[in-house]
Design a protein around this ligand. Structure first.
Ligand code: SF4
Length: 314
């Protein structure tokens, strides 16, 4: 088994609100990502997956718990270590239009990280050219501005910017959600290709399972700030155990018309993370909820090798 690159231990990220309440966006999440793998993180919007990604990359301070990257606690790094961490770990965002400065041309956008990191060696212009080609764009695109590109091309620019500093770990936060379906597969293929060529490790965040199915080695499912199930992607698709994962999977159309899967429609809305249900936080929408579920929070446990779940049914 390959070595652990990222370790998240009982991580919590709370936000205080004006009304004096606390929004528990991430509420005690633990998992590890191995070097070279793609870890998919799924859940409805508002489940805390983006906050989790941003806390790992240190855009947010943690409230409790820790994130270790190559064994070091990322929220306790020295200045020098921080600089290296900011190089090793990069993010790709959902909306490439919003994350690219419209007043900068592509050359400046991609070279920006290189300047901040004070990279020496090859001439930056040459490196920008190489990166553009690597992500499937042309060298002459370097002189253009973000508005001159399609959504898919802008995401390629975002990927080139992330790669500019030679990262080891990339957090891709809904990188294909804002794109046309026809373009989504191209970006997923590009990310896979880059992973093989550069030995990258990915945390791939998405709101539905079909998007991460293809690309992930393992998948974690989040609900209201907690991880509720984690397994290898093949296992999770064949044998989803948590009622929430079963509902998410039932919504994915099966391409084979002879195979029928019953759709599980979840009742009710996602409760507020600042006013969580007692016991199991999924109980207000769970088709299999029982009395115990409102009284006790289910424990996060490994029920088979590598298959983790938090549910009183197991
Ligand atoms: Fe449903 Fe109870 Fe399991 Fe929660 S613990 S998912 S409410 S069966």
């Amino acid at each position: 088994m390959s070595e652990i690159l990222v370790e998240v231990n009982n991580l919590k990220k709370y936000f205080g609100q004006k009304a004096g309440t606390t929004l528990k966006a991430v509420d005690g999440v633990s998992f590890a990502i191995r070097k070279g793998e793609t870890f998919g993180l799924v859940g409805e919007s508002g489940c805390g997956k983006s906050t989790l990604g941003r806390t790992i990359v240190r855009l947010y301070e943690s409230t409790e718990g820790e994130v270790r990257f190559k064994g070091e606690n990322v929220h306790q790094l020295s200045r020098k270590e921080s600089k290296q961490f900011n190089r090793d770990v990069q993010m790709i965002f959902q909306d490439p239009h919003a994350s690219l400065n419209p007043r900068m041309n592509v050359r400046s956008i991609i070279a920006e990280g290189m300047k901040v990191q004070d990279l020496s060696g090859k001439d930056r212009a040459e490196r920008v050219r190489e990166l553009l080609q690597l992500v499937g764009l042309r060298p002459e695109h370097a002189d253009r501005y973000p508005h001159e590109f399609s959504g898919g091309q802008r995401q390629r620019i975002g990927i080139a910017r992330a790669l500019a500093v030679d990262p080891q770990f990339i957090i891709a936060d809904e990188p294909i959600s804002a794109l046309d379906v026809s373009i989504q597969a191209q970006i997923v293929n590009l990310l896979e290709d880059l992973q093989h060529k550069r030995g990258l490790t990915f945390l791939f965040i998405a709101h539905d399972l079909s998007m991460v199915q293809h690309i992930s080695n393992r998948i974690g499912v989040m609900y209201l700030g907690k991880m509720v199930e984690l397994a290898g992607s093949v296992e999770l698709y064949k044998k989803p155990l948590h009622p929430y994962t079963q509902a998410l999977l039932s919504a994915i159309p099966i391409p084979d018309p002879t195979v029928k899967r019953e759709r599980i429609v979840l009742e009710g809305d996602l409760p507020s993370p600042s006013n969580l249900p007692s016991g199991c936080r999924f109980r207000t929408r769970c088709p299999q909820a029982m009395e115990k579920c409102s009284l006790m929070e289910p424990e996060w446990k490994e029920i088979e090798s590598g298959h983790w779940i938090a549910c009183h049914l197991y």
